[in-house]
Design a protein around this ligand. Sequence first.
Ligand code: ZN
Length: 322
Amino acid sequence: MDKAVTVQSNRACPRCGNFDRKVLSKLKAKSFCEINSTYRKNYSDILGIKPDTEFPIAKCRDCGFIYSSWLPPTKFLRLVYDSVIDEEIGFKEYLSPDWCGHLFSILGKILTESHRRFQYFSKPIKILDYGCGYGVFIRALTAKGYPYKVVGLEKSERALTFMRNTGLAVVSTEEEAEKYGPYQIIILNEVLEHIPDFRTSLNFVNMALDVNGIVWISVPNFSDKEINRYLNLASHANPFPRELNPWEHLNYFSAISLREILYEEGFKPIKEKMNIDLEYQPNLQGIYKFKNALGVIKRLLISYFFRSRPRTHLLLEKREKT
Ligand SMILES: [Zn+2]
Protein backbone atom coordinates (compact mmCIF):
# COMPACT_ATOMS: atom_id res chain seq x y z
CA MET A 1 0.00 0.00 0.00
CA ASP A 2 1.34 3.39 -0.94
CA LYS A 3 0.22 5.51 1.94
CA ALA A 4 -0.66 5.00 5.58
CA VAL A 5 -4.09 3.53 6.19
CA THR A 6 -6.60 5.78 7.92
CA VAL A 7 -8.14 3.68 10.63
CA GLN A 8 -11.60 4.63 11.73
CA SER A 9 -14.47 2.48 12.86
CA ASN A 10 -16.41 1.72 9.71
CA ARG A 11 -17.93 -1.65 10.42
CA ALA A 12 -21.41 -2.43 11.67
CA CYS A 13 -21.82 -5.01 14.42
CA PRO A 14 -21.48 -8.36 12.61
CA ARG A 15 -24.01 -9.90 14.95
CA CYS A 16 -26.93 -7.43 14.75
CA GLY A 17 -25.94 -4.92 12.05
CA ASN A 18 -26.14 -1.92 14.38
CA PHE A 19 -23.59 0.90 14.01
CA ASP A 20 -24.05 2.18 17.57
CA ARG A 21 -20.96 1.04 19.44
CA LYS A 22 -18.50 1.95 22.13
CA VAL A 23 -14.81 1.75 21.26
CA LEU A 24 -13.30 -0.18 24.18
CA SER A 25 -9.70 0.33 23.19
CA LYS A 26 -7.38 1.05 20.31
CA LEU A 27 -4.48 -1.30 19.78
CA LYS A 28 -1.25 -0.06 18.30
CA ALA A 29 -0.09 -2.24 15.41
CA LYS A 30 3.25 -2.87 17.09
CA SER A 31 1.54 -4.16 20.26
CA PHE A 32 0.02 -7.19 18.53
CA CYS A 33 2.54 -7.58 15.70
CA GLU A 34 5.64 -7.75 17.85
CA ILE A 35 4.25 -10.52 20.09
CA ASN A 36 3.26 -12.63 17.08
CA SER A 37 6.08 -15.03 16.28
CA THR A 38 4.70 -15.73 12.80
CA TYR A 39 4.78 -12.05 11.71
CA ARG A 40 7.62 -10.63 9.67
CA LYS A 41 9.55 -7.81 11.32
CA ASN A 42 8.90 -5.48 8.37
CA TYR A 43 5.10 -5.78 8.67
CA SER A 44 4.68 -2.00 8.64
CA ASP A 45 6.52 -1.64 5.31
CA ILE A 46 4.52 -4.49 3.77
CA LEU A 47 1.21 -2.95 4.86
CA GLY A 48 2.14 0.71 4.46
CA ILE A 49 1.24 1.63 8.02
CA LYS A 50 3.13 3.03 10.98
CA PRO A 51 3.83 0.76 13.97
CA ASP A 52 1.92 3.26 16.10
CA THR A 53 -1.20 3.19 13.92
CA GLU A 54 -4.15 2.28 16.15
CA PHE A 55 -6.89 -0.25 15.45
CA PRO A 56 -10.19 -0.11 17.38
CA ILE A 57 -11.93 -2.90 19.30
CA ALA A 58 -15.56 -2.00 19.94
CA LYS A 59 -18.61 -3.28 21.78
CA CYS A 60 -22.06 -3.05 20.20
CA ARG A 61 -24.40 -0.93 22.33
CA ASP A 62 -27.35 -2.95 21.10
CA CYS A 63 -26.39 -6.64 21.44
CA GLY A 64 -23.11 -6.37 23.38
CA PHE A 65 -21.02 -8.20 20.79
CA ILE A 66 -17.31 -7.31 20.77
CA TYR A 67 -15.60 -6.91 17.41
CA SER A 68 -12.90 -5.20 15.43
CA SER A 69 -14.74 -2.09 14.25
CA TRP A 70 -12.37 -1.27 11.39
CA LEU A 71 -12.92 -3.68 8.56
CA PRO A 72 -9.57 -4.15 6.80
CA PRO A 73 -9.87 -3.92 2.99
CA THR A 74 -9.55 -7.25 1.18
CA LYS A 75 -6.14 -6.24 -0.19
CA PHE A 76 -4.90 -5.44 3.31
CA LEU A 77 -6.08 -8.79 4.69
CA ARG A 78 -4.50 -10.62 1.77
CA LEU A 79 -1.18 -8.96 2.58
CA VAL A 80 -1.52 -9.95 6.25
CA TYR A 81 -2.20 -13.62 5.49
CA ASP A 82 0.05 -14.07 2.49
CA SER A 83 2.95 -11.68 3.17
CA VAL A 84 3.09 -10.51 6.80
CA ILE A 85 2.86 -14.04 8.16
CA ASP A 86 6.22 -15.67 7.50
CA GLU A 87 5.43 -18.63 5.28
CA GLU A 88 7.98 -20.99 6.77
CA ILE A 89 7.22 -20.17 10.40
CA GLY A 90 3.45 -20.24 9.82
CA PHE A 91 3.70 -23.57 8.06
CA LYS A 92 5.86 -25.13 10.76
CA GLU A 93 3.54 -23.88 13.47
CA TYR A 94 0.50 -25.22 11.68
CA LEU A 95 2.03 -28.65 11.23
CA SER A 96 3.66 -28.81 14.68
CA PRO A 97 2.97 -31.97 16.70
CA ASP A 98 1.29 -29.81 19.30
CA TRP A 99 -1.27 -28.33 16.90
CA CYS A 100 -1.74 -31.51 14.87
CA GLY A 101 -2.32 -33.47 18.08
CA HIS A 102 -5.01 -30.96 19.02
CA LEU A 103 -6.61 -31.29 15.58
CA PHE A 104 -6.58 -35.07 15.76
CA SER A 105 -8.32 -35.00 19.14
CA ILE A 106 -11.06 -32.88 17.54
CA LEU A 107 -11.30 -35.32 14.67
CA GLY A 108 -11.81 -38.11 17.20
CA LYS A 109 -14.85 -36.33 18.64
CA ILE A 110 -16.32 -35.66 15.21
CA LEU A 111 -15.85 -39.22 13.97
CA THR A 112 -17.24 -40.71 17.18
CA GLU A 113 -20.45 -38.74 16.69
CA SER A 114 -20.59 -39.44 12.96
CA HIS A 115 -20.17 -43.16 13.62
CA ARG A 116 -23.23 -42.99 15.84
CA ARG A 117 -25.48 -41.51 13.18
CA PHE A 118 -24.25 -42.50 9.72
CA GLN A 119 -24.16 -45.81 7.86
CA TYR A 120 -20.53 -46.25 7.02
CA PHE A 121 -19.32 -47.88 3.80
CA SER A 122 -22.79 -48.04 2.20
CA LYS A 123 -21.92 -44.67 0.59
CA PRO A 124 -19.13 -42.15 1.26
CA ILE A 125 -19.54 -39.70 4.13
CA LYS A 126 -19.09 -36.23 2.61
CA ILE A 127 -17.04 -33.84 4.68
CA LEU A 128 -16.35 -30.15 4.09
CA ASP A 129 -13.43 -28.58 5.92
CA TYR A 130 -14.38 -24.90 5.77
CA GLY A 131 -11.14 -22.92 6.15
CA CYS A 132 -8.95 -25.98 5.72
CA GLY A 133 -5.58 -24.20 5.85
CA TYR A 134 -2.84 -26.66 4.95
CA GLY A 135 -5.26 -29.58 5.10
CA VAL A 136 -4.39 -31.57 8.22
CA PHE A 137 -7.96 -32.91 8.51
CA ILE A 138 -8.16 -33.66 4.80
CA ARG A 139 -4.96 -35.64 4.73
CA ALA A 140 -5.99 -37.60 7.80
CA LEU A 141 -9.29 -38.56 6.13
CA THR A 142 -8.26 -39.36 2.57
CA ALA A 143 -6.37 -42.61 2.98
CA LYS A 144 -7.29 -45.29 0.46
CA GLY A 145 -10.24 -47.37 1.64
CA TYR A 146 -11.58 -44.78 4.03
CA PRO A 147 -15.33 -44.17 3.72
CA TYR A 148 -14.96 -40.39 3.36
CA LYS A 149 -15.11 -37.91 0.55
CA VAL A 150 -13.43 -34.78 1.81
CA VAL A 151 -13.11 -31.33 0.29
CA GLY A 152 -11.48 -28.22 1.71
CA LEU A 153 -12.63 -24.63 1.29
CA GLU A 154 -9.81 -22.14 1.59
CA LYS A 155 -9.42 -18.48 0.66
CA SER A 156 -5.74 -17.87 1.38
CA GLU A 157 -3.79 -17.98 -1.89
CA ARG A 158 -0.81 -19.42 -0.11
CA ALA A 159 -2.69 -22.33 1.48
CA LEU A 160 -4.67 -22.90 -1.74
CA THR A 161 -1.47 -23.22 -3.77
CA PHE A 162 -0.04 -25.63 -1.22
CA MET A 163 -3.18 -27.76 -1.25
CA ARG A 164 -3.33 -27.87 -5.05
CA ASN A 165 0.36 -28.71 -5.33
CA THR A 166 -0.07 -31.63 -2.97
CA GLY A 167 -3.07 -32.93 -4.91
CA LEU A 168 -5.64 -32.44 -2.13
CA ALA A 169 -9.25 -31.61 -2.96
CA VAL A 170 -9.74 -27.91 -2.37
CA VAL A 171 -12.03 -25.14 -3.62
CA SER A 172 -11.90 -21.40 -3.05
CA THR A 173 -15.57 -20.39 -3.06
CA GLU A 174 -18.81 -21.44 -1.39
CA GLU A 175 -20.40 -21.87 -4.83
CA GLU A 176 -17.82 -24.51 -5.77
CA ALA A 177 -18.12 -26.21 -2.38
CA GLU A 178 -21.89 -26.40 -2.76
CA LYS A 179 -21.53 -28.59 -5.88
CA TYR A 180 -19.98 -31.39 -3.82
CA GLY A 181 -22.67 -31.30 -1.12
CA PRO A 182 -24.83 -31.86 0.76
CA TYR A 183 -22.33 -32.73 3.47
CA GLN A 184 -22.81 -35.06 6.40
CA ILE A 185 -20.01 -33.28 8.28
CA ILE A 186 -18.84 -29.66 8.08
CA ILE A 187 -15.85 -28.48 10.09
CA LEU A 188 -15.16 -24.83 10.93
CA ASN A 189 -12.19 -24.98 13.22
CA GLU A 190 -10.92 -21.54 14.28
CA VAL A 191 -12.59 -19.93 11.29
CA LEU A 192 -15.57 -17.76 12.29
CA GLU A 193 -13.42 -15.25 14.17
CA HIS A 194 -11.67 -14.39 10.87
CA ILE A 195 -14.75 -13.86 8.71
CA PRO A 196 -16.12 -10.31 8.29
CA ASP A 197 -19.70 -11.49 7.76
CA PHE A 198 -19.91 -14.75 9.69
CA ARG A 199 -23.71 -14.94 9.42
CA THR A 200 -23.44 -15.42 5.66
CA SER A 201 -21.00 -18.29 6.24
CA LEU A 202 -23.30 -19.92 8.82
CA ASN A 203 -26.17 -19.56 6.43
CA PHE A 204 -24.16 -21.37 3.77
CA VAL A 205 -23.22 -24.09 6.25
CA ASN A 206 -26.85 -24.64 7.16
CA MET A 207 -27.80 -24.85 3.51
CA ALA A 208 -24.92 -27.18 2.56
CA LEU A 209 -25.43 -29.50 5.55
CA ASP A 210 -27.36 -32.72 5.18
CA VAL A 211 -30.55 -32.84 7.22
CA ASN A 212 -29.00 -35.24 9.71
CA GLY A 213 -25.51 -33.72 9.41
CA ILE A 214 -23.14 -32.50 12.08
CA VAL A 215 -21.01 -29.37 12.36
CA TRP A 216 -17.89 -28.75 14.41
CA ILE A 217 -17.32 -25.14 15.36
CA SER A 218 -14.47 -23.80 17.43
CA VAL A 219 -13.46 -20.18 18.05
CA PRO A 220 -11.19 -18.53 20.66
CA ASN A 221 -13.03 -18.01 23.95
CA PHE A 222 -13.48 -14.31 24.77
CA SER A 223 -15.66 -13.72 27.77
CA ASP A 224 -16.12 -10.01 28.61
CA LYS A 225 -13.84 -10.55 31.59
CA GLU A 226 -11.15 -12.12 29.43
CA ILE A 227 -11.18 -9.47 26.74
CA ASN A 228 -11.18 -6.65 29.28
CA ARG A 229 -8.15 -8.25 30.91
CA TYR A 230 -6.35 -8.44 27.56
CA LEU A 231 -7.27 -4.86 26.63
CA ASN A 232 -6.07 -3.70 30.02
CA LEU A 233 -2.73 -5.45 29.50
CA ALA A 234 -2.45 -3.82 26.07
CA SER A 235 -3.26 -0.34 27.40
CA HIS A 236 -0.38 -0.63 29.86
CA ALA A 237 1.98 -1.81 27.10
CA ASN A 238 2.14 -5.29 28.62
CA PRO A 239 2.21 -8.37 26.41
CA PHE A 240 -1.12 -10.09 25.83
CA PRO A 241 -2.21 -13.31 24.11
CA ARG A 242 -1.97 -13.12 20.36
CA GLU A 243 -5.62 -14.13 19.92
CA LEU A 244 -6.34 -10.44 20.43
CA ASN A 245 -5.51 -9.23 16.93
CA PRO A 246 -7.87 -6.81 15.13
CA TRP A 247 -6.67 -7.81 11.65
CA GLU A 248 -6.98 -11.57 11.85
CA HIS A 249 -9.61 -11.86 14.55
CA LEU A 250 -12.46 -9.63 13.55
CA ASN A 251 -15.04 -11.20 15.90
CA TYR A 252 -14.76 -11.95 19.64
CA PHE A 253 -17.23 -14.65 20.66
CA SER A 254 -18.00 -15.63 24.21
CA ALA A 255 -19.44 -19.05 25.07
CA ILE A 256 -22.84 -17.39 25.44
CA SER A 257 -22.83 -15.20 22.32
CA LEU A 258 -21.59 -18.12 20.21
CA ARG A 259 -24.45 -20.36 21.36
CA GLU A 260 -27.02 -17.64 20.82
CA ILE A 261 -25.78 -16.84 17.31
CA LEU A 262 -25.65 -20.51 16.33
CA TYR A 263 -29.17 -21.01 17.63
CA GLU A 264 -30.37 -18.01 15.61
CA GLU A 265 -28.71 -19.51 12.53
CA GLY A 266 -30.52 -22.83 12.95
CA PHE A 267 -28.10 -25.01 14.94
CA LYS A 268 -28.25 -26.67 18.32
CA PRO A 269 -25.45 -28.34 20.28
CA ILE A 270 -25.34 -32.13 20.31
CA LYS A 271 -25.27 -33.46 23.84
CA GLU A 272 -21.91 -35.14 24.26
CA LYS A 273 -21.90 -38.52 25.90
CA MET A 274 -19.64 -38.79 28.91
CA ASN A 275 -16.64 -40.54 27.51
CA ILE A 276 -14.29 -41.10 30.44
CA ASP A 277 -12.93 -44.19 32.05
CA LEU A 278 -13.88 -44.05 35.72
CA GLU A 279 -11.67 -47.08 36.41
CA TYR A 280 -14.32 -48.75 38.53
CA GLN A 281 -13.19 -52.21 39.67
CA PRO A 282 -16.15 -54.18 41.10
CA ASN A 283 -14.13 -57.17 42.34
CA LEU A 284 -11.97 -55.40 44.92
CA GLN A 285 -12.40 -56.00 48.64
CA GLY A 286 -11.94 -54.07 51.90
CA ILE A 287 -9.69 -51.00 51.86
CA TYR A 288 -9.02 -51.45 48.12
CA LYS A 289 -12.72 -51.30 47.36
CA PHE A 290 -12.96 -48.11 49.42
CA LYS A 291 -9.95 -46.53 47.70
CA ASN A 292 -11.31 -47.44 44.29
CA ALA A 293 -14.69 -45.89 45.16
CA LEU A 294 -12.95 -42.65 46.25
CA GLY A 295 -11.04 -42.60 42.97
CA VAL A 296 -14.25 -43.06 40.97
CA ILE A 297 -15.90 -40.15 42.78
CA LYS A 298 -12.84 -37.96 42.24
CA ARG A 299 -12.79 -38.71 38.50
CA LEU A 300 -16.51 -38.06 38.23
CA LEU A 301 -16.16 -34.68 39.96
CA ILE A 302 -13.20 -33.66 37.82
CA SER A 303 -14.99 -34.58 34.61
CA TYR A 304 -18.11 -32.73 35.73
CA PHE A 305 -16.12 -29.62 36.61
CA PHE A 306 -14.35 -29.49 33.26
CA ARG A 307 -17.46 -30.30 31.29
CA SER A 308 -19.42 -27.56 32.98
CA ARG A 309 -16.98 -24.81 32.00
CA PRO A 310 -18.36 -22.58 29.25
CA ARG A 311 -16.84 -23.64 25.97
CA THR A 312 -16.49 -22.10 22.53
CA HIS A 313 -16.04 -25.40 20.73
CA LEU A 314 -19.17 -27.32 19.90
CA LEU A 315 -20.56 -30.21 17.95
CA LEU A 316 -23.87 -29.14 16.46
CA GLU A 317 -26.79 -30.36 14.44
CA LYS A 318 -29.61 -28.60 12.65
CA ARG A 319 -32.54 -27.49 14.71
CA GLU A 320 -36.10 -27.04 13.56
CA LYS A 321 -36.49 -23.35 12.70
CA THR A 322 -39.62 -21.91 14.28
ZN1 ZN B 1 -24.82 -5.81 17.84
